[in-house]
Design a protein around this ligand. Structure first.
Ligand code: 4AD
Ligand code: MG
Length: 468
């Protein structure tokens, strides 16, 4: 049985088997206490081995991290913190550890655990984070499916830079070593695998739009790749994104959908991962001790968000708020600049003290596909900013007018040929439509309260780091 099931059992001296990894061992003369965890839940099973149990001698020398299976009687627990415990009758040892096992009982740093990414799933903390991650993935499918959206798998290999930011990882089967030795002035892509330059996707949006223009409401949920040289607590080179795309929806509907989705994620996490959220909250409280960082109970903050309206302002209003804040920002807030993390966090954390949706950004800050406003300066963009993280969602109403879209692409000096199919959506049966992308890891950071994005993805990829 998995420990999650065992802990729900009525203790009636029934015989159960439990396998897992030892969290701690405490030996006394007549018996040993073992705390066992199998990753099925936050809880652990306390196992009592009497000295007369067969195999006791070897079992009582087991170290933290060893993998064992106990068979024994489930009885009511005398100790506090658990209702049942096991009186072991036999033990099978799968794999021992030794004193070199890196995850000893003493507290270790998150940086150290990143170097132990193959072992960190065995810790209390990472068990909690990744069970929450699982629940948020389930919540995502539930949320969109309940609203009639179809799940779309957009391609990972692509020939277009859909965000136009030039931050793509090239995909090639060329032998780069050989090419480096040869004398080439240019690359003949016609001889490469796809016969043209190709990359890993930065978004699935453009393909999502094709399907929205035929199936109405769709969402993607897949990996995306960005070769931006950002070493920050909120950037990954490989991250997961959820991108809904909806026909006949305008920016207002888009903002409403985004707010409903974020609130649903929070609610789902409380309903399906309460133990994990409580364990995370305790961890943060503990971690804040002895630092000069102000401890904020992130669960209380999330509870408030669940049933409050998201604030909504335009970019122009945001710039006004920032310039009148009296804050000494590293980047001076002036109309036309991109909002920096410090600005986003000021707005969400200090000014609004909750999530805020910022709309109508200058067109030069945003991608080519966004619907142009009448003013000729701004586009129907929206970003959702939350305390602690900043931007977790970016989206827009899309430009559905063929001529305006072509004019914008020309203005930006974009090649139109690779996007012929995207342009045809505007030629044949075009319709207003909108969508957004939620950075899955940023949302997990927000809900778990973890401070570094590298600690909410199983194996983080960042500049100069692709281990495991
Ligand atoms: O704002 P972005 O670039 O928007 C898009 O990609 C659109 N195509 C989405 C759409 O309208 N369908 O990215 C969307 C979100 C960001 O708000 C952020 O949460 C996350 O993706 N994100 C990253 N997360 C981790 N590491 C990175 N390097 C990220 N870049 C963006
Ligand atoms: Mg963005």
């Amino acid at each position: 049985m998995r420990i999650v099931e065992i802990l729900k059992e009525e203790p009636k001296e029934q015989i159960v088997k439990a396998a897992g990894w030892i969290r701690s061992v405490r030996n006394s003369k007549a018996f040993s206490f073992v705390v066992l965890n199998d990753g099925s839940c936050q809880g652990t099973l306390q196992v009592v081995m009497n000295a007369d149990m067969p195999g006791y001698e070897e079992a009582s020398t087991l170290l933290v991290g060893s993998c064992v299976e106990f068979t024994g009687k489930l009885v009511a627990s005398q100790g506090k913190g658990q209702s049942v415990e096991m009186q072991a009758e036999s033990v099978h040892i799968y794999g021992k550890t030794d004193e070199n096992y890196p995850l000893q009982k003493k507290a270790t740093s998150l940086e150290f655990l990143r170097e132990q990414a193959h072992l960190r799933p065995r810790t209390n903390l990472f068990g909690a984070v990744f069970r929450v991650r699982h629940q948020l993935a389930m919540a995502t499918h539930q949320f969109f499916s309940d609203r009639g959206f179809y799940y779309l798998n957009s391609p990972i290999l692509t020939a277009v830079d859909a965000e136009g930011a030039g931050e793509m990882f090239n995909v090639t089967t060329f032998d780069l070593e050989k090419m480096a030795k040869g004398k080439f002035d240019s690359v003949d892509y016609s001889r490469d695998y796809f016969g043209k330059p190709t990359s890993l996707c930065v978004t699935g949006q453009l393909e999502g739009e094709c399907f929205a223009m035929g199936m109405g409401s769709v969402y993607t949920f897949g990996p995306t790749f960005r070769a931006e040289n950002s070493n920050t607590p909120r950037h990954l080179s490989e991250f997961w994104m959820i991108e809904p795309e909806v026909a006949f929806m305008d920016l207002e509907g888009n903002a409403e959908l985004a707010a409903d989705y974020v609130k649903y994620l929070i609610k789902y996490a409380f309903e399906h991962a309460e133990d994990e959220l409580n364990a995370l909250q305790k961890y943060h409280q503990f971690a804040a001790k002895g630092t000069n960082e102000k401890y904020v109970n992130h669960l209380e903050v999330l509870r408030k968000v669940m049933d409050s309206e998201f604030k909504k302002i335009t970019y122009t209003e945001a710039i006004d708020i920032l310039s009148q804040s009296g804050k000494n920002f590293e980047f001076k807030p002036e109309w036309g600049i991109e909002l920096q993390t410090e600005h986003e966090r000021y707005l969400a954390e200090e000014h609004f003290n909750g999530p805020v949706t910022v709309t109508d950004y200058p067109k030069d800050c945003k991608a080519f596909y966004m619907k142009q406003n009448e003013d000729g300066k701004t586009v129907r963009a929206m970003d959702v900013l939350v305390p602690g993280v900043g931007e977790i969602i970016g989206g827009s109403q899309r430009e559905e007018d063929y001529d305006k879209l072509v004019a914008r692409m020309d203005e930006m000096g974009m090649e139109k040929e690779p996007l012929w199919w995207y342009l045809e959506l505007r030629k044949f049966g075009s319709a207003p439509h909108s969508g957004f992308g939620l950075g899955f890891e940023r949302a997990i950071r927000y809900i778990t309260g973890m401070k570094n994005i590298r600690d909410v993805i199983p194996f983080p990829r960042t500049p100069k780091n692709c281990d495991f």
